[in-house]
Design a protein around this ligand. Structure first.
Ligand SMILES: NC(=O)c1ccc[n+]([C@@H]2O[C@H](COP(=O)([O-])OP(=O)(O)OC[C@H]3O[C@@H](n4cnc5c(N)ncnc54)[C@H](OP(=O)(O)O)[C@@H]3O)[C@@H](O)[C@H]2O)c1
Length: 263
């Protein structure tokens, strides 16, 4: 299927690693130039270099940004606009959640994680919207998480962070539809990024089993029988960014191999 994305421009937060990096790579493979936003400049530079080498027709620019510093967001967006000449697709991927139970998490941790997602995501979108309005195919893709729909006691923070992201996604879709901008969320289930490897290693140590055995146990309740790969999430992001998804807006799609129990 031709995604017809060649020549478009995407801004991707959290592009230094994990899901954000996979989305930046998948979009670049479709001929999209990428603004990689991140705190870790050397790591972002390495990703940008790799993208330019693999896809010589695109541009890849690194913009240093700590999303928890509100005043830094506007100048970072303006710098990217100057460097790349505009934006068609905004992927808000940066963030995460501290893993722990309610009584284990102090205020400072709640505040520091919320400052990135959803607050940083809201600020990033607010700054990018005037430029997305100028695109003939504006897209906002917010990376939420299945815990926003199915909260859990040991990952209590993932619930409100991702639910807040879903709510703002719907509100943005309602507001920006008139400007031709679609806004959607992707809800990954447990995804094989650095944190997953850490969790499997902990489970393997605690149970005295191999990495493979621990991973099998941890994915036993996934109907598709395996952990989500960052590339699984990236494939959906590419589709949502494309002209093919022009009438899909205000949606949240799980990429979890069927693990979430609710409909
Ligand atoms: N992995 C999962 O199982 C899973 C499940 C559901 C939802 N998600 C969501 O998917 C998204 C990506 O997760 P991931 O697993 O790929 O995470 P990851 O590998 O831990 O990467 C997190 C990314 O966010 C960036 N980031 C963190 N704090 C930032 C800040 N203050 N300013 C700017 N950038 C910041 C990091 O940049 P630095 O390199 O600068 O640290 C990094 O690029 C997150 O929103 C997460 O909630 C993940």
């Amino acid at each position: 299927m031709d995604m017809n994305l060649k020549g478009r421009i995407a801004f991707v937060t959290g592009a230094s690693r994990g899901i954000g990096r996979a989305i930046a790579t998948a979009l670049a493979a479709e001929g999209v130039s990428i603004g990689l936003f991140g705190r870790d400049v050397p790591r972002c530079n390495a990703v940008a270099q790799e993208l330019r080498a693999r896809y010589p027709d695109i541009r890849a620019t690194v913009i240093e940004l700590d999303l928890s510093a509100p005043k830094a967001i506007k100048p970072a967006v303006e710098k990217a606009i100057t460097g790349l000449g505009g934006v068609d697709i905004l992927v808000n991927c940066a963030g995460g959640a501290y893993r722990g139970r309610l009584e284990e998490i102090p205020d400072e941790l709640w505040e520091s994680y919320f400052a990135i997602k959803p607050l940083g995501l809201i600020r990033m979108t607010r700054e990018a919207i005037p430029y997305l309005r100028k695109s003939s195919q504006g897209r906002v893709i917010n990376i939420s998480g299945t815990r926003g729909r199915e909260p859990h006691g040991v990952q209590v923070m993932s619930g409100p962070i991702n639910l807040g992201t879903l709510s703002i996604t719907k509100a943005m879709a309602n507001e920006f539809g008139k400007d031709g901008i679609t806004v959607n969320a992707i809800c990954p289930g447990s995804t094989d990024t650095g944190r997953w490897t850490e969790l499997v290693n902990i489970a393997a140590r605690e149970r005295g089993v191999s990495y493979e055995q621990a991973e099998k146990t941890l994915t036993a309740d996934v109907p598709m029988g395996r952990v989500v790969k960052p590339e699984d999430v990236a494939d959906l992001a590419v589709f949502l960014a494309s002209a093919r998804a022009g009438m899909i807006s205000g949606c949240a799609v799980n990429v979890d191999g069927g693990r979430t129990r609710g409909i």
